[in-house]
Design a protein around this ligand. Structure first.
Ligand SMILES: [Zn+2]
Length: 297
């Protein structure tokens, strides 16, 4: 079983299952693009429309890798506002431009959708250059769509998480039950009696249940693996040194940040793009920070 992530055909074993785009059961990114700063592909691939997949060739992987590690310095986290990664992939397929290098499913299974040499249109960022310098992961979580009173795309009479003896549990509709029957999606942490977290991000109160324990475990392994493969992505998350808090609003110098950050940290809509809130109020930034501090460089 594959455990490698791949950039310019170079592999790093991250110690957990990675389903690659060319495997049975894998998901291939439907809308790759070329990064403008890289020279080992035809520049026709930099812009829309998506070309046929045999056109996406990396001419010299060694040169490509040397260029890639100078270009990519951000790993950007997203929630996918979907039930599962397979659901998320359906939405990518329905789009003429969207994609994401990785999907992280409820049960901790990681999918890589294309070689990291390619660009995916996941977070333009307020300077509209965000995808050039980044790799992205879409983490399965419904965000506020799980709350009956806030659901817009997936309306329901009841909240999509139910309190059980084992904690809060996500109810997956039949068509999204892609995981083994014994698996329950339980948030890693619950907030008080109501279960969901609530914090203000870029001016909006975001209410959502936490990601699963399995997702955090894989995400930390993926972060270490990316740091090894693309060393300009530092094992670092946004942190206010004066308060010790992890900020959730867009950062001032977001384009220069080298490390792991959220879509909310790079895009608040001030230049005309959509305002973003992911990975949201429940995301445990302190846990990542702690995991990275344990290991000496
Ligand atoms: Zn996002």
């Amino acid at each position: 079983m594959n455990q490698n992530i791949i950039a310019c055909e170079k592999k790093v074993d991250i110690g957990t299952r990675v389903v690659l785009w060319n495997e049975k059961g894998g998901f291939a990114c439907p809308n790759r693009r070329g990064r403008k700063a890289l020279s080992q592909h035809s520049s026709v691939l930099n812009d829309a429309p998506t070309q046929k997949s045999s056109n996406y060739k990396i001419k010299n992987p060694q040169t490509a890798y040397r260029e890639l590690i100078k270009t990519v310095h951000q790993f950007i986290l997203h929630y996918d506002v979907c039930y599962t990664s397979s659901h998320c992939h359906q939405l990518m397929l329905a789009s003429s431009f969207k994609g994401s290098h990785f999907y992280l499913d409820l049960d901790g299974t990681l999918y890589q959708t294309c070689d990291l040499y390619w660009k995916t249109n996941t977070a333009p960022a307020d300077d509209k250059k965000g995808n050039e310098r980044a790799v992205h992961v879409e983490i399965a979580n419904l965000s506020w769509e799980a709350l009956a009173k806030q659901a817009e795309y997936f309306p329901s009479k009841k909240d999509k998480y139910k309190k059980t003896g084992k904690g809060w549990k996500l109810s997956l509709p039949g068509e999204y039950k892609t995981m083994s029957n014994s698996f329950s999606a339980i948030p890693s942490r619950a907030y008080g009696e109501r279960g969901y977290f609530s914090k203000k991000i870029n001016g909006k109160v975001v209410r959502m249940w936490d990601f699963t324990e399995q997702q955090y475990e894989t995400l930390i392994k993926l972060s270490f693996g990316l740091n090894q493969l693309l060393p300009a992505i530092k094992l670092k998350v946004p942190l206010d040194k004066n308060t010790g808090q992890h900020p959730l609003d867009r950062l001032k110098n977001f384009s220069r940040f080298t490390g792991i950050l959220g879509h909310c940290h790079v895009q608040n809509g001030s230049t005309g793009l959509e305002c973003k809130y992911d990975p949201g109020s429940a995301f445990n930034w302190a846990r990542l920070h702690k995991a990275f501090k344990k290991v000496k460089p």
